[in-house]
Design a protein around this ligand. Structure first.
Ligand code: SF4
Ligand code: SF4
Length: 438
């Protein structure tokens, strides 16, 4: 998608005219450094170029043609988690996530990656957005897990990534069977809203019970829940990595599908997907056919916890005598600024004792495909997260993103910790059921 005529500046720039990082966005950075203490990669790597301010500087230098898209430029762009903690900290309102997606898009087109990395990325992008392919790959993954096939990879980096893939897979007895959900679930009592539900890709395959719990809780709160079968991936897996064209194709299908379903709201229970879908208007701004539709659509998107808090979730909730801690998924707390709503809902459950997690909004290292393409750093951020979880003494850690759930479950398994991972909507669902019994 072109950003306009070829100007002198564009001729000098290391970026091409297809979705370059926008000058007006990077110029919003006033170099104050307030973002540095909240940036996990800066704290871990201790290098200015692995901080938000340093990366913005590199993007500007590249756009001004002072540096090229070199190996070093790529390294600093790719060491970023895209967690957007810097956006929360930034007093100047720099849209770092958008700058990073566009810089990565440029890297994707203009940088020749080593063959093994290219193969790995192609593989991930051709499997993860498609639940059927993911289910098939789960079987291959299981075999690989049993035989340790990562050892066969000649390239050391690829072998490490494959090893993480094997370790990420939940044990066979923890992978739930597919849960078929009706296309339309009626509201319990008087209908208040007609909502559509995004069932997601990873969520649908690995955490179908989260979708089932979401439907039950929404229905109990007066929602007619529509699940259009035509929905595909929301585009976040590719979009967050700079694959903006494939993300746009996915976005158009999602918009059309939910438009046809004639819903008041589109509900999402995966933070990364919700953040992407709320940003469709930016993604499709230059598309004359979809720009307006994308804006209307974006205004209808709600994270399920945001929505339940907004409409005032109905009782009666039964007691759940559990000590729970809550991990803030980056794309919920930083991408959508949803921090208090999940906590308020959890606190509304009788008997549930919510313990605040130290550094709750510090990335767990999952970050889309980060844990696979940057396995060593992914592991370091995970260790820090698990260490923090242990200090809370919680028996359940709640979170609202399947990528975080997979990553943190891997960390807990490695330390043989018997701490359960649940989506807050599953805890609400359990409380409703407890209320029925009482
Ligand atoms: S997105 Fe996260 S890792 Fe990247 S620069 Fe911002 S705070 Fe640091
Ligand atoms: S806080 Fe914002 S303005 Fe300040 S250095 Fe970081 S990105 Fe730039």
């Amino acid at each position: 998608m072109s950003s306009g005529p070829v100007t002198e500046a564009r001729r000098r720039s290391a970026f091409d005219a297809v979705d370059p990082p926008e000058e007006k966005k990077y110029l919003e950075c006033i170099h104050c450094g307030f973002c540095l203490p909240s940036c996990p990669t800066y704290l871990e790597m201790g290098n200015e170029m692995d901080s938000p301010r340093g990366r913005i500087y590199l993007i500007r230098m590249a756009d001004e043609g002072k540096i090229g898209i070199t190996e070093s430029f790529v390294k600093h762009m790719e060491s970023c988690l895209s967690c957007r903690a810097c956006e929360t900290a930034c007093p100047s309102g720099v849209q770092f996530g958008s700058l990073m997606e566009k810089a990565r898009g440029q890297v994707e087109r203009k940088y020749k990656r080593p063959f093994s990395q290219k193969v790995l990325r192609r593989f991930l992008f051709s499997v993860l957005p498609y639940p059927d392919r993911m289910r098939a790959m789960l079987k291959v993954g299981r075999l690989s897990q049993r035989l340790g096939l990562h050892r066969l990879a000649i390239h050391g980096g690829l072998s490490k990534s494959l090893r993480v893939m094997e370790e990420l897979l939940p044990p066979p007895d923890e992978v739930p069977a597919e849960i078929p959900l009706p296309r339309v679930t009626p509201a319990e009592g008087t209908p208040r809203f007609r909502v559509g539900l995004l069932t997601g890709c990873v969520q649908r395959v690995l955490y179908p019970e989260v979708n089932a719990a979401t439907v039950r809780v929404l229905s109990r709160n007066g929602c007619v829940v529509v699940i259009p079968t035509e929905q595909g991936c929301c585009g976040s897996i590719q979009g967050h990595e700079g694959g903006l064209e494939p993300a746009r194709a996915f976005a158009r299908t999602i918009i059309d599908t939910f438009e046809q379903a004639k819903v008041d709201y589109v509900i999402v229970n995966a933070a990364g997907c919700g953040s992407m879908m709320k940003g469709y208007s930016d993604l499709l701004r230059a598309d004359p056919q979809y720009a307006h539709k994308a804006e209307t659509f974006g205004n209808k998107v709600r994270d399920v916890l945001q929505f339940l808090h907004q409409i005032g979730a109905n009782g009666p909730l039964g007691p759940l005598p559990l000590t729970v801690t809550y991990h803030d998924a980056c794309h919920l707390v930083h991408g959508q600024r949803i921090r208090n709503e999940p906590r308020a809902l959890l606190k509304s459950i009788p008997g549930l004792h919510l313990v605040e997690l130290p550094e709750s909004d510090f990335c767990c290292g999952s970050a889309g495909i980060y844990n696979l393409v940057e396995p060593e750093y992914g592991a370091k951020f995970l260790e820090r997260k698990v260490e923090n979880i242990v200090t809370t003494g919680a028996e359940v850690v709640a979170m609202a993103n399947p990528g975080c759930a997979l990553q943190i479950a891997m960390g807990l398994r490695k330390r043989t910790l018997r701490i359960k991972i649940l989506h807050p909507v599953e805890l609400l669902d359990l409380a409703y059921r407890a209320g029925e019994k009482g």
